[in-house]
Design a protein around this ligand. Structure first.
Ligand SMILES: [Zn+2]
Length: 191
């Protein structure tokens, strides 16, 4: 086996995790007994530190045929557009996460609807769960500490070249596909 360091078994998002949480020993890549891939194994106590994707919930919010996008005031993706969303807190359902993040980032209360899909972004070790959503209030959304600007976009005005993440673009494509499918079946108002 080639010489490697623990980062080889970890995605970039976990590159700074170098020590065992149980004993402080240095993590080294190894294939534990019964496993089939490199893991970060403690050189002292042999405890395995697993690097798994973390769930992010996102709200694709629509009103009058337009979708709400927020321009990020934080890295990664500073200055680029995405839908409100963020990491799930312990004890939350993904729907609750999407609702809370929208309130925090855009000052808007929303009703969370059907899931649009799950979109993996392995470089950040996240899986984005995207939900359709609708505002529960008429007031204009507002920017927060995490957002430079919040704006409604018509489908043909979505700034595709300034979308922060592939997962956001994929979720928006799924939303557009859902809209097209609904229009093709006028008897069904909502999918
Ligand atoms: Zn250890």
């Amino acid at each position: 086996m080639q010489a490697m360091d623990a980062a080889d078994s970890a995605p970039a998002a976990y590159a700074d995790v170098r020590f065992c949480a149980a004993c402080g020993g240095v993590l080294r890549p190894d294939v534990p007994p019964g496993d089939d891939r490199l893991r970060a194994v403690c050189s002292l106590c042999r405890r395995v530190t697993y690097f798994n994707p973390r769930p992010v919930a996102m709200a694709v919010i629509e009103r009058g045929g337009r979708v709400l996008l927020a321009r990020r005031a934080i890295e990664p993706g500073y200055g680029r557009w995405t839908c409100p969303g963020g990491f799930a807190e312990l004890g939350e359902t993904p729907e609750q996460t999407a609702e809370r993040e929208t309130r925090e980032e855009c000052g808007l209360r929303v009703r969370i609807g059907a899931q649009l899909g799950a979109f993996a972004r392995s470089s950040a070790a996240v899986v984005v769960l995207a939900f359709r959503a609708w505002p529960l209030e008429r007031r204009a959304p507002r920017a927060s500490a995490e957002t430079l600007e919040v704006r409604w976009f018509a489908p043909d005005a979505i700034p595709w070249d300034q979308i922060a993440f592939d997962s956001t673009a994929e979720a928006l494509q799924a939303w557009l596909a859902r809209r097209r499918a609904r229009r093709a079946r006028p008897s069904q108002r909502r999918t």
